[in-house]
Ligand binder design. Sequence first.
Ligand SMILES: [Zn+2]
Length: 262
Amino acid sequence: MAIIKAIDEISLPRLCKVSSCVVMTGAGVSAESGIPTFRDAQTGLWSRFNLQELATPEGFEANPRRVWEWYEYRRRIIKKASPNPAHYALVRLEGLFPKEFWLITQNIDGLHASAGSKNVIELHGNIFRNKCFRCSAPVELAEDVAGSAELQKREEIPPRCPRCGGNVRPDVVWFNEPLPGECIDKSIKHSSRCKAFFVVGTSAAVYPAAQLPTVARRAGACLVEINTEPTPVTDYADFTILGKAGEILPKLVERMEQFSVT
Ligand SMILES: [Zn+2]
């Protein structure tokens, strides 16, 4: 365990005198923008349903309308959210590693891209993208077309795939579904090559995301963890700072920027 009290205990040369950096983020970063976790979003009428019913292929097959409306409800919450200081600090961090920087996120809200991050790998998909449940083709929907009064009249919820007529679903990874192989391969490749690895706002407890910090550590990367409480990563991280990402990251990145110009 290497829980440190202040960011100036972090070895800046180990972070700044390297050319490649990978960051992994999770729900903690979204929470600081006011986005509730899956379970915390289950209020009111949604609290009656379980995970199986709302976020699995089987649940969608059994009641596509209910699942679609659950995701519409969550999209409406997420649309009101904006990037927070942690998101913006990560954009600046990317600027410090022009040769190789990857941001691997378990979040589905798209806020890293909204903030301006470029090399983002969305491990669990993106709630604002859609695809066909039957043929998997990406489906573009007009803004807010789903859930609109017109659609409800036509009872086309969920919308239909223009290619095959199948039900449209959000392009997120559901429980019982494998993560997109291409994203996982890329994530493992970059994690095994990087020299600095940040774990931010995630306990990294769930496979395969859990594998990435260990892969990076084994390959010799300096591992920095920023979380509100200790996690399994704390046991092998080089530096763990406990606190909110939106407070710690901006200060840390500022120090790294100053170090890099001197
Ligand atoms: Zn289709």
